[in-house]
Design a protein around this ligand. Structure first.
Ligand code: C2E
Ligand code: CA
Ligand code: CA
Length: 693
């Protein structure tokens, strides 16, 4: 029975010697199945020893294990590989115990060896699976965590440690003993998170703010679930975390951008309207006044045009800061656009304190400002309206503050003006002017007067400037300064300018028909609005065609500030006009720009020195130096130079001595209507007798 029992065991029962071969003295019937060898091949090392069967790499370990057990007189148990007869490796488990050999000195071992390949394989695939999951956990870009209900981390992956700014997972786990209090910016958020996870079993996309290790605040989104043990009791939370700060910040930025000015970071028009409406509602309920002030920087355009946009931007930022620093936290400084700001003062008890605050702000803005070693004085004009005195709604208050600001500008700038109802009448008057200008254009009330221009070397009349006049029905003659600004603002300058050009060309064509007279050039002044017309060059060429005037007899005058504005924009247009043969002159030269590079870009034929320099050339050495410099500049560039506003003989002598090419001014003749011009300049000697000897 014992023999069949042993024989039927799966595995091999054995008895061997404790020698270097593990010489087998008995093996059970399981031997061939286990090793592939027949029993007699193994017994007494007949063909192979058990030591030799043991896989090389495992041999010493097996021997040591058995030796230790024998020495201690204990049972041993060891797992290792054997090489079967067919060369395959097989995992086996062996257990045995040392026994006395029969009468011999050397010990014997009795034991049992079993095939455990299947179990080993299962274990290995389990380990493999474990390795795979661990790799996902270790290498995931999302943070992964398990936390206890008490708010401790049970496990976290490296990504979570990284997101929270820790060097390693262990550091994160040991640093935080109360996640809710230590990690969350709002601990209540963590409570909410746990409540949801418990109640619903899972939470998705839960957004909260947490502190990183260095104190930075970031936005995170969590997905998590509550985990339960086998008995259904809550055991822990587990889930993932991603850092959503970037998209979160982006959203906030978008929201911010929609309501703030990008340059100065001040509230923009939309937000201003909200704030003003709120302030009005508040004052309605609790009493008090609300001040609305329009602040417009004086000469900002000049700074921007002459010193560049970077300087302009820096100036706007500085002014924004200055205004904010003068007001309370509860007040609003908004950028309305360009160089216009709007202040809403909600905290002043009465108009007196409001006035004081605004005056202080105005003075603060006007303080000198230095940039790159240059000191600039930029003042501002402020117009204010007060709720409820000057209006009871946002729109009216803003409009009235704007009217008051215009008043401050007209009063010479650098001033504060409060709105008064009379101002509305002035605004209406401006509107009136516009209406009557339209009417005047329709009725043909505009005239063109002509002022002669002479060659200073020969004294010959060489041309004339066309100057606009408005002869009203009541006989009053309105000068350009009173009508050009309104015409420019309303766009009426475009048809008016075209009418002037047509009249000037027609007049010069008529003069050219007269026998024996030299050809004259007629100069026409241009406004920016006209130049912005996409087909300006086309309309000039059409007028020349209609009137039959030669292009070379027409000259267009543009002011410095007008071209420098956007030289690139005009280059091709002036090139086209130059190709036609039309001349180009720069008017009021010296009053505008500091950079003269545009002179190289544009086909300029003449520079007209502004009359403010000519006026004092004989008394002011600076003006004299400027005029000399302009003349030599022009000559170096091959451009003729014209002096404007020549009123007396001393000026004329100075200009001739310095080789100025041409002159214009009361000394030679005032602007006169066309018929008088013809009469006065009919005889070739007339002007010379009048002006130059
Ligand atoms: P501007 O182009 O500088 O024209 C010269 C101005 O100086 C004219 O004033 C003329 O009367 C004045 N003037 C001429 N000689 C003397 C002088 O010796 N002494 C003094 N003190 N002044 C002198 P006006 O006619 O009142 O024109 C003023 C400005 O209006 C012009 O300045 C020009 O910029 C503009 N303007 C005139 N007509 C037109 C026009 O048809 N279109 C456009 N866009 N602007 C025009
Ligand atoms: Ca002019
Ligand atoms: Ca001029």
């Amino acid at each position: 029975m014992l023999a069949t029992l042993i024989g039927n065991l799966r595995g091999m029962v054995y008895r061997c010697r404790d020698d270097e071969h593990w010489t087998m003295e008995f093996v059970s019937d399981g031997c061939p199945e286990l090793t592939g060898y027949e029993a007699d091949e193994l017994l007494l090392n007949g063909r192979v020893s058990y030591e030799a069967l043991t896989f090389d790499a495992d041999r010493s370990r097996v021997r040591e294990r058995i030796r230790n057990a024998l020495r201690a007189g204990r049972r041993f148990s060891v797992e290792y590989r054997i090489v079967c007869r067919d060369g395959t490796l097989k995992w086996v488990w062996e257990t045995g115990i040392g026994v006395e050999g029969e009468g011999g000195a050397r010990g014997r071992i009795e034991g049992f060896i079993q095939d455990i390949s299947e179990r080993k394989q299962a274990e290995e695939s389990l380990q493999e699976a474990e390795r795979r999951y661990r790799s996902i956990f270790e290498n995931a870009t999302e943070g992964i965590f398990q936390t206890s209900a008490e708010g401790r981390y049970l496990a976290v992956n490296p990504a979570l440690a990284r997101i929270y700014g820790y060097e390693a997972p262990e550091q994160l786990i040991t640093s935080l003993s109360n996640i809710g209090a230590q990690l969350y910016v709002q601990p209540a958020r963590r409570e909410e998170f746990m409540r949801l996870a418990r109640e619903r079993g899972a939470v998705q996309g839960f957004i909260s703010q947490v502190y990183r290790r260095n104190g930075d605040v970031i936005w995170i989104a969590e997905n998590a679930r509550a985990a339960f043990d086998a008995d259904g009791a809550f055991s822990h939370f587990e889930g993932t975390v991603i850092d959503v700060s970037e998209s979160r910040n982006y959203e906030e930025q978008l929201r911010y951008q929609a309501s703030h000015d990008a340059l100065t970071l001040l509230p923009n028009r939309a937000l201003l309207h909200d704030r003003l409406t709120q302030a009005i509602a508040h004052a309605r309920r609790y009493g008090g006044v609300v001040g609305v002030a329009f602040v417009d920087l004086d000469n900002f355009k000049m700074v921007n045009d002459t010193l560049g946009h970077d300087t302009g931007d820096a100036l706007l930022k500085t002014m924004a800061e200055r205004m904010s620093s003068c007001l309370r936290q509860s007040d609003t400084v908004a950028r309305q656009g360009g160089d216009e700001f709007v202040l809403v003062l909600a905290g002043e008890p009465d108009v007196e304190t409001l006035t004081a605050t605004l005056e202080r702000t105005r003075v603060c803005v006007a303080a000198p400002w230095s940039r790159q070693g240059r000191e600039l004085h930029v003042t501002c004009s402020v117009g204010a309206a007060v709720f409820p005195r000057d209006g009871t709604d946002a729109v009216t208050l803003l409009k009235n503050a704007d009217i008051a600001m215009y008043r401050a500008k007209n009063a010479g700038r650098n001033a504060l003006r409060f709105f008064q109802w009379e101002m509305v009448r002035a605004a209406v008057h401006r509107l009136d002017t516009e209406q009557s200008l339209r009417r005047a254009l329709k009725r043909g009330e505009f005239e063109v007067h002509y002022q002669p221009r002479l060659d200073l070397a020969t004294g010959a009349l060489i041309g004339m400037e066309a100057l606009l006049r408005w002869r009203r029905r009541d006989g009053e003659l309105v000068l350009p300064e009173r009508l050009i600004p309104v015409a420019e603002e309303t766009g009426l300058i475009v048809p008016i300018g075209e009418a002037v050009m047509r009249a000037a060309c027609l007049f010069n064509r008529e003069l050219a028909r007269r026998e024996g007279r030299p050809r004259l050039t007629v100069a026409v002044n241009l406004s920016l609005r006209q130049l912005h017309h996409p087909d300006f060059a086309g309309s000039v060429s059409r007028i020349l065609e209609e009137t039959g005037l030669e292009a070379g007899q027409l000259e267009l005058e543009i002011t410095e500030s007008l071209v420098m504005h956007d030289v690139e924009h005009f280059v091709s247009m002036f090139e086209a006009l130059a190709t036609l043969g039309v001349h180009l002159s720069v008017d009021d030269f010296g009053t505008g720009y500091s950079s003269l590079s545009y002179l190289k870009r544009l086909p300029v034929d003449r520079l007209k020195i502004d009359r403010s320099f000519v006026r004092d050339i004989t008394t002011d050495s600076n003006d004299a130096a400027i005029v000399r410099a302009v003349i030599s500049l022009g000559h170096n560039l091959g451009i003729r130079v014209v002096a404007e506003g020549v009123e007396n003989d001393e000026q004329l002598q100075f200009l001739r001595a310095n080789h100025c090419d041409e002159g214009q001014g009361y000394h030679f003749g005032r602007p006169v209507p066309a018929d008088r011009f013809v009469a006065e300049y009919e005889q070739p000697t007339a002007v010379a007798a009048d002006g130059i000897r």
